[in-house]
Design a protein around this ligand. Structure first.
Ligand SMILES: C[S@@+](CC[C@H](N)C(=O)[O-])C[C@H]1O[C@@H](n2cnc3c(N)ncnc32)[C@H](O)[C@@H]1O
Length: 229
């Protein structure tokens, strides 16, 4: 952490960034499926990950709620949590439009409003890279999982850490050095962080199918699977 930034100040920049993008977030092809084929590609993965019997799933850093809503549509008990009120408002509106019973909480990744051992599966997509203390988040996620519960981190590498911030992420320019996984996390580095947080049995599943992302991807995309012992 830079001498000039507290963890909370970094999080405030991050929260403002995503709140400002909530209204148009679902226009992004890597955020919300833009075709039936893309949606089916995600649904197939999610069915394989969760199985058929209903389970309690937390979509951490849910944004506008894509994963939580699709898990609910598949018959699971889904919860979404995100610290952006604007993102959660959009997610709640989408749940109401689809008559899906999903609980959406405004909550910080490191301080979840859930008792210990609340979930069978905690999943996140593209959240770890924007946490100033990813290990702190992972320790909290370990707490809310049941013994034997599963963690799935959908992550990847988008750019090298020293590449300039894209114009869309201009506000990240001043905090990027405080984010250990800015630009994306190498699977080996994230596996290490997961181990420090006391998860075990880490497996990396490549997610390179272009259908998931709306086109070919030239850098690693993967799901890291781990278990809470
Ligand atoms: C790239 S978006 C991904 C959204 C969603 N997971 C998806 O894949 O569509 C990152 C999300 O993480 C949320 N986020 C970032 N840091 C967070 C924190 N400390 N606590 C809770 N949510 C956080 C942001 O508000 C944003 O909605």
């Amino acid at each position: 952490m830079s001498l000039f930034w507290t963890k909370n100040a970094v999080k405030e920049v991050v929260r403002r960034h995503w709140s400002g993008r909530a209204e148009t977030f679902d226009q992004g092809i890597t955020h919300a499926p833009q075709s039936a084929e893309q949606l089916e590609a995600w649904q197939a993965r999610m069915k394989a990950w969760a199985g058929d019997a209903p389970i309690d799933v937390l979509d951490m850093g849910c944004g506008t709620g894509f994963l939580a809503l699709e898990f609910a549509a598949l018959g699971h008990h889904a919860t979404g949590a995100d610290f952006s009120e604007q993102m959660i408002e959009r997610a709640r509106a989408k749940a109401a439009e689809r008559s899906l019973a999903v609980r959406f909480d405004v909550a910080d990744a490191e301080n979840l409003p859930c008792p210990d051992a609340s979930f069978d599966l905690l999943i996140e997509r593209h959240v770890v890279w924007t946490l100033p203390d990813p290990t702190g988040g992972l320790i909290e996620w370990h707490r809310v999982l049941r013994p034997g519960g599963r963690l799935i981190l959908i992550e990847g590498q988008w750019s090298s850490p020293d590449a300039p911030s894209s114009p869309m992420h201009a506000d990240y320019q001043e905090i990027r050095e405080t984010l250990p996984f800015y630009g994306g996390a190498a699977a080996a580095d994230l596996s290490h962080a997961v181990k420090i947080a006391k998860f075990s049995s880490t497996v990396i599943e490549p997610l390179m199918d272009p259908m998931l992302w709306g086109g070919p991807v030239n850098r690693d995309r993967y799901a890291l699977h781990a278990t809470r012992g």
